[in-house]
Design a protein around this ligand. Structure first.
Ligand SMILES: Cc1cc2nc3c(=O)[nH]c(=O)nc-3n(C[C@H](O)[C@H](O)[C@H](O)COP(=O)(O)O)c2cc1C
Length: 241
């Protein structure tokens, strides 16, 4: 069973086979995930941008960092990193474009924050509400250890000031791209993670991208079902040790 080989072959576009599809506009999945009222919502505030660093220096300096100091992170810096993932950078009449590109501007990737130590935010699992640049508190508590355990015991996750977990709501992309959507979600997630890594360097922070984890266990931490929405990628972020 070579699922990966089959996936690559079956999701190819071939000129001879490609047919146009009619999009079902009436059943277009919503672009934004919402949570029931009653959960605590936290405005992230204006990000603090640093403008004294050259992009090319930042690219040069990015390295995967796996050991972190235990100090708390400033909220404006946290806000800036979250904004760099998927914050809205251009609003037009029909679209809200984001910091990271996305196939068809369908934005199937959701951002969750597993917070260990950010000033003013209780440790817990939060969802990033893109249109409001705010967070919803899904569950309060020390989930760093559980996430680290889910990621094959990688301790940097527990040491980090916070972790970002990205999931895909696959129907959002399948609505247009069908099986090819499975290629695009990984590409989308890669763009988001790279923005995150570069934003971290611009604040003199370190980050590490993490792809090794037990999927179902990470799904449980962020509270998703693993089918309509499933975990893709994690980034740990903090002050380098
Ligand atoms: C898709 C992906 C998955 C990764 N998963 C892990 C991981 O689970 N644990 C880890 O320590 N590093 C992980 N890394 C980081 C790589 O080990 C790292 O990028 C690589 O060694 C190159 O080093 P650099 O990032 O410092 O340039 C991952 C990187 C990528 C792109």
């Amino acid at each position: 069973m070579n699922y990966g080989d089959d996936f690559q072959r079956l999701s190819r576009y071939d000129r001879e086979k490609l047919q146009g599809r009619n999009l079902d506009w009436e059943n277009k999945p919503p672009l934004y995930k919402s949570y029931p009222p009653g959960l605590e919502r936290i405005e992230l505030g204006k990000p603090q941008f640093k403008d004294n660093r050259n992009l090319f220096d930042i690219i040069q300096q990015r390295r995967s960092i796996r050991r972190f100091m235990t100090e708390e992170l400033e909220p404006q810096i946290f806000s800036g990193i979250i904004w760099a993932t998927q914050g809205i950078t251009l609003a037009t009449e029909h679209h809200q474009f984001r910091a990271s590109p996305s196939a068809g501007a369908l934005y199937p990737i959701e951002t969750y924050c597993v917070i260990n130590r950010v000033k003013g935010l209780k440790p817990g699992v939060y969802h990033y509400q893109v249109p409001y640049h705010s967070l919803v508190l899904i569950k309060e508590g020390d989930y760093g250890k559980e996430l680290a355990r889910a990621a094959l015991g990688q301790r940097m996750i527990d040491e980090a000031a916070f972790n970002l977990v990205w999931s895909a709501m696959i129907e959002r992309s399948k609505w247009k791209y069908d099986q090819r959507a499975y290629r695009y979600i990984y590409l989308d997630a890669g763009h988001i993670a790279q923005n995150t890594a570069l934003a971290a360097v611009s604040y003199n922070l370190g980050s590490c991208q993490i792809g090794a984890f037990f999927d179902g266990e990470v799904d449980r931490v962020i509270g998703v079902d693993g089918e309509s929405e499933f975990s893709l990628y994690i980034t740990a972020i903090g002050n380098p040790r």
